[in-house]
Design a binder for this molecule. Structure first.
Ligand SMILES: *Cc1c(COP(=O)(O)O)cnc(C)c1O
Length: 364
C-alpha cells in the first residue's frame, strides 16, 4: 500500500487508528450504532461551541456538496430569497444549485482573491427587502482565502437574515462559535478538518430555523428536515448509513479531543501553513492571496516562472510520496498545497527539502 502524504483538502491523510475503525462491520438498526450516531451529533455541537438547547446536528449521506444541496433545498421556501456570495468555485456551486432548484437567488460575484465588502453587501440588502437568507463559504478552498465570518454574520443578524455557512474546509480546524455568530445552518463534512474519511457530511442547525422548514424540499433524499425528524427519534439514519465511515469519524473526533480540541488543531494548522508559505517564498513561489486573508488550511502558489512544468513537478513529488493539488484559477497558472490532515512539521520540512531537490535537478 502507498504511504502518500495528501497535500489536498480532503480526502486527506488520516491516522492508522482512524483507518483501523473501518475494519469493523456495524449494524444500522442496532442500539450500539444508534447511540454512536447520537454521540457524534452531540460532540459536533460541542466542537461548534454550542449545545442542544438551541442547536441540533443532522448527519447526511454523501459528499459535502450533497449536504450543501440538502440545506438549500430545505431551508428555502418559495417565498424566500437568498443572497449568495461567490469568490470561488464553492460559492459558484451554491449559486448553481440554487438556480437549478429554481430558488429565488441573487448571486454576488467577486474576484477569487477578494473578500466581500460589508458596505457593498449592505447596499444590496437595503435595496432589496425581499432578501431573507445569506449564504457564503468560510474558507474558499478554491484559493485558500478566508472570508470575514464575524463581519458577515453580524451584518446578517442586524438585517434579520438567516445565515447558511459552508464551513466545509474550516470546521474543526478554525474555531467557530456558532451560537455567538448566530449562524442558522453550518455545513461541514467528515473528511476535512475533523480528519475522518469521506462518506457523509453534517449540518449544525438552529432548531427554531429548521423547525420552520417542513415541506420546503422538493427532494426526498435531500430533505434535511425529514432526515432530522427521523434521526432525532433514536439516532437511526433514514436509508443506509456509511457505517464504516461513521465508526472512523467517531475515532477522528476522539483524536481531535486528544490533540487538545479545535484551538490546538488550529495552532498546528496555522503554524505549518506559515512555515510552508515562508519557506516557499524563499525559493521563489508566491502565494496568490494576501497574507491578511490567507486561511491556515490551504495555499495557492503561482508558478514561479514561464518554464515551470507542473506535471513534471507533480510526478517528481508523487514519486517521493507527496501528492500536490492542482490549481483551480482560470487565468493564472497555479497549484495548491493543503496542510490539513495528519501532517506535522517534520512532514513539511521534508516537503520543502524535496521541492528544493527538484529545483536543483531542474536547474542542471
Ligand atoms: C470540500 C468542500 C465542499 C464539498 O465538496 P465535495 O467534493 O462535495 O465533498 C464544499 N465546499 C467547500 C468550501 C469545500 O472545501
Amino acid at each position: 500500500m502507498s504511504q502518500y502524504k495528501l497535500l489536498t483538502p480532503g480526502p486527506l491523510t488520516t491516522t492508522e487508528t482512524v483507518k483501523a475503525q473501518m475494519l469493523e462491520d456495524r449494524c444500522t438498526w442496532d442500539d450500539d450504532y444508534k447511540s454512536l450516531t447520537q454521540s457524534i451529533r452531540q460532540k459536533l455541537l460541542t466542537i461548534g461551541m454550542t449545545d442542544s438547547s438551541k442547536y441540533t446536528t443532522v448527519l447526511q449521506q454523501g459528499s459535502g456538496s450533497f449536504v450543501v444541496e440538502s440545506v438549500l433545498q430545505t431551508a428555502l421556501s418559495d417565498d424566500d430569497h437568498i443572497l449568495i456570495i461567490s469568490n470561488g468555485a464553492y460559492g459558484e456551486r451554491m449559486v448553481k444549485m440554487a438556480q437549478v432548484m429554481k430558488k429565488n437567488v441573487t448571486p454576488v460575484y467577486l474576484a477569487y482573491n477578494e473578500i466581500p465588502n460589508i458596505n457593498e453587501l449592505k447596499e444590496i440588502i437595503d435595496s432589496d427587502t425581499s432578501i431573507t437568507h445569506i449564504a457564503f463559504v468560510h474558507c474558499e478552498t478554491t484559493t485558500g482565502i478566508l472570508n470575514p465570518i464575524e463581519e458577515i454574520c453580524e451584518m446578517a443578524t442586524q438585517n434579520n437574515l438567516k445565515v447558511i455557512l459552508d464551513a466545509m474546509s474550516s470546521f474543526g480546524g478554525v474555531p467557530i462559535n456558532i451560537q455567538a455568530l448566530d449562524i442558522d445552518y453550518l455545513i461541514s463534512s467528515a473528511n476535512k478538518c475533523i480528519q475522518g474519511v469521506p462518506g457523509f457530511g453534517f449540518v449544525i442547525a438552529k432548531r427554531t430555523s429548521l423547525e420552520l422548514c417542513e415541506g420546503n424540499a422538493s427532494s426526498v433524499s435531500l430533505d434535511l428536515y425529514d432526515q432530522w425528524k427521523n434521526m432525532d427519534i433514536d439516532g437511526k439514519w433514514r436509508f443506509t448509513s456509511p457505517t464504516h465511515v461513521v465508526g472512523a469519524f467517531r475515532q477522528a473526533i476522539s483524536e481531535l479531543e486528544e490533540e487538545g480540541g479545535v484551538e490546538q488543531r488550529y495552532q498546528r494548522y496555522q503554524s505549518n501553513n506559515t512555515y510552508i508559505i515562508n519557506e516557499m517564498k524563499k525559493i521563489g513561489f508566491e502565494p496568490y492571496v494576501k497574507s491578511t486573508v490567507q486561511s491556515p488550511i490551504i495555499t495557492t502558489f503561482l508558478y514561479p516562472n514561464e518554464s515551470f512544468e507542473f506535471k513534471a513537478f507533480y510526478e517528481y513529488m508523487k514519486q517521493r510520496d507527496f501528492v500536490l493539488y492542482p490549481g483551480k484559477l482560470m487565468d493564472t497558472p497555479s497549484f495548491r498545497i493543503g496542510n490539513i490532515g495528519d501532517l506535522h512539521r517534520s512532514d513539511f520540512e521534508l516537503l520543502i527539502k524535496v521541492i528544493k531537490e527538484y529545483q536543483v535537478k531542474e536547474g542542471e
